[in-house]
Design a protein around this ligand. Structure first.
Ligand SMILES: Cc1ncc(COP(=O)(O)O)c(C=O)c1O
Length: 390
């Protein structure tokens, strides 16, 4: 059978979980007529604050990239400064540092969590280091206690890239409530909740929050809704800085309000699916995600396995064979130091970050999303077993 031409049912790598309630909420915003940043964004920010539960300031933006940029800008990161982050991430994590004219210093990862290795961070610290920027890869928390110890010993700030980590817990607390300068979430279409595109900065620092609020909307000291719709509003405004256009729309926030209500249920579903993978793939030549600490919980944004060298099929061939059967996988990540821009900017060699390099050669992200059916997951498990079992 030529599966390439007869496939009727595709299993995507990821799929947004959008229900009738989300659709109704978006339609209501369209009917009401205030489409840009307004009451829905405020409602979303308040709901997020309540979800985090520690009184954090929440600033919605149109992407996590924007949120990371704003958080670093508000901390005053600029030329001459250095930010330490992982090469095992999406380029957004690091590119925002370059937006500000500061330099990125990569530190390698730990092979089990795929998160920053605290020893490598220590080695990378210089007198110019201003920020450590950990990524909670796939929704598994970075070693935050170690990072906090290092940061406070050197007077360095932490900004968390929590693009994958909505629903993740560390030390019994939700990511977004630890003692970092700021934590940034993503609501991109594949993430734990989605607003199509979107992001949010959570911070306990009122000054940082105020700066982010102003800089997300052109450096204007009040947004359009406050100028036209609130009681006593005035047309007058002042520009206080050369800001950005990073505000979230009310249309997007309408999705976010409903998605956030469903977050715990969706995380539970991801968890169930992840545990089934862990149970049913354990006999295969795969290195499966390791379990995390007792006070931790993963969001399971990604399910990254490593195809061991003992397998009778290579990682790349396996991806091809699965695709022929309509099963879409992905690779997280091609480490940043292998990409031309980062390689050339810092004169990096592939072996400069040996753990990232090795993991990249074996990594395979399996389909995992809350709307995934048991049947579809069964097909993925069956295909993997057929291709990998010797
Ligand atoms: C680790 C990580 N950081 C940052 C981002 C940027 O998120 P956004 O697309 O919301 O800007 C992504 C997006 O995929 C990501 O995976």
């Amino acid at each position: 059978m030529n599966t390439k031409t007869t496939l009727s049912h595709q299993i995507p790598f990821s799929k947004p979980d959008i229900g009738e309630e989300e659709i109704a909420e978006v339609v209501a915003v369209l009917r009401e007529g205030w489409l840009t940043t307004g009451p829905k964004v405020k409602q979303f920010e308040s709901a997020f604050q309540e979800y985090l539960g520690y009184g954090q300031e929440c600033i919605a933006v149109n992407s996590a990239t924007a949120g990371l940029h704003l958080a670093l800008e508000a901390l005053g990161v600029g030329p001459g400064d250095e930010v330490i982050t992982s090469p095992y991430t999406f380029t957004a994590t690091a590119e925002v540092v370059r937006y500000l004219g500061a330099e990125v210093r990569f530190a390698d990862i730990l092979p089990d969590s795929l998160n920053l290795d605290p020893d490598q961070i220590e080695k990378g610290i210089t007198k110019n280091t201003r920020v450590i920027l950990p990524v909670h890869l796939g929704g598994r928390a970075a070693a935050m206690r170690d990072l906090q110890t290092i940061a406070s010993a050197h007077g360095i700030q932490i900004v968390e890239d929590a693009a994958h980590a909505l629903g993740t817990y560390y030390g019994g607390r939700k990511i977004g409530t630890l003692d970092s300068a700021a934590t940034v979430f993503s609501f991109y279409a594949t993430k734990c909740i989605t607003t199509g595109e979107g992001g949010l900065i959570a911070t306990a620092d009122k000054r940082l929050a105020d700066r982010c609020r102003v800089m997300r909307i052109h450096g204007i000291d009040r947004d359009a809704f406050s100028r036209y719709r609130v009681p006593g509003a005035s047309w007058y405004y002042e520009i206080v800085a050369p800001g950005f256009k990073y505000n979230l729309t009310d249309i997007a926030a309408a999705l976010g309000v409903v998605q956030l209500k469903r977050l715990d249920d969706m995380t539970r579903r991801r968890e169930l699916l992840a545990h089934r993978y862990l149970k049913e793939l354990q006999e295969l030549p795969l290195c499966l995600p390791s379990s995390c600490g007792p006070e931790e919980q993963q969001s399971w944004h990604l399910f990254v396995v490593r195809v061991l060298p003992t397998a009778r099929i290579s990682r790349d061939k396996l991806i091809e064979r699965l695709a022929e059967e309509g099963i879409q996988c992905s690779v997280h990540y091609i480490p940043l130091h292998l990409h031309p821009y980062w390689r050339d900017r810092y004169g990096l060699k592939p072996t400069d970050f040996p753990v990232s390099l090795e993991v990249y050669g074996q990594a395979l992200s399996l389909p995992l999303y809350s709307a995934m059916t048991d049947d579809d997951q069964g097909k993925v498990i069956e295909a993997l077993t057929r291709f990998l079992k010797s």
